[in-house]
Design a protein around this ligand. Structure first.
Ligand code: ZN
Length: 283
């Protein structure tokens, strides 16, 4: 279905954004993966990861979340990838991404967000990590240090079992994923890439900063929100300041959207589900 108002807004937002300084992620010399190889890396890590996660398979919920993710992906710096998310049935207020476009959205996040632009802000941040190749870079650097880079790369495109065997040798998918520690600059870059994705796609980017403000758990000595198992996050305050500084450089469209009928339907649907089966995801 073509939403003409949305299309118009997206073009208008794109025209404004074109003048500003959206980050252009660079690919480090050590990461020689083609897109196809990175997708294979993500697909195999996803298969291993999902063995340990309670994936919630509800058609309407999956299609709603994936419609947002696909729209953000199309507006991202890597529009050629297929971005796909699965919902995990735990109370964690979190979302994580793997190489190649694979994402997990935890039910606690869906319960916690107050409007669609808050949810889109978190998803856009994760799309930013994928567009910036942050997890692919980190994983391949780790493989390089363990002298398995070339064997993994050569076999990724063949889609054989070598990659899974290497992952098992290194301690399993959980250990490989635990090695994903995004640096501060990667977090800032994912925020800004996400910020631009949001406004290009016609959503109000205030949702990103309002969610940071509401969930600044670090002040209470708890883990920060958002892929917190994986990241050494800068403080929410620093992230808000960087996003606001970028917003101040732009002539922002005034009619970006914050909500949708589909979002309200998703929230109603969540209330009808049984409680999450596990209190928290394994870390
Ligand atoms: Zn992050």
């Amino acid at each position: 279905m073509i939403n003409t108002r949305r299309t118009f807004l997206s073009f208008a937002a794109a025209a404004v954004v074109a003048k500003a300084a959206e980050p252009q992620p660079t690919i480090p010399a050590y990461n020689t993966l083609s897109d196809a190889e990175e997708v294979a890396l993500g697909r195999q890590l996803a298969a291993a990861t999902e063995k340990d996660l309670p994936v919630l398979q509800i058609g309407a919920l999956d299609s709603y979340v994936n419609s947002l993710v696909a729209e953000l992906g199309r507006r991202s710096r890597r529009p050629n990838l297929r971005y796909a998310a699965k919902v995990i049935n735990t109370v964690d207020i979190n979302a994580v991404s793997l190489p190649g476009g694979y994402m997990y959205v935890f039910r606690g996040l869906l319960e916690s967000v107050r409007n669609e632009s808050e949810l889109v802000g978190v998803l856009a941040h994760e799309v930013g990590h994928i567009a910036g190749r942050h997890s692919a870079n980190t994983i391949m650097l780790n493989f390089k240090a363990r002298q398995v880079y070339e064997i993994v790369r050569k076999n990724l495109a063949l889609d054989n079992k070598v990659m899974s065997q290497v992952v098992e040798m290194l301690g399993g998918a959980a250990v490989v994923l635990a090695s994903l520690r995004y640096g501060r600059e990667q977090e800032f870059e994912a925020d800004l890439l996400g910020f631009y994705n949001m406004i290009r796609a016609g959503w109000d980017a205030d949702g990103l900063t309002s969610f940071f403000r509401r969930t600044d758990l670090s002040k209470r000595g708890e883990a920060n929100w958002l892929d917190d198992a994986l990241a050494t996050h800068p403080s929410s305050q620093e992230r808000i300041q960087r996003i606001q500084a970028e917003a101040a450089r732009l002539r922002m469209p005034t009619d970006l959207r914050t909500n949708s009928y589909s979002f309200q339907t998703m929230k109603l649907g969540l209330r009808l589900l049984p409680a999450p089966v596990r209190p928290r995801a394994k870390r």
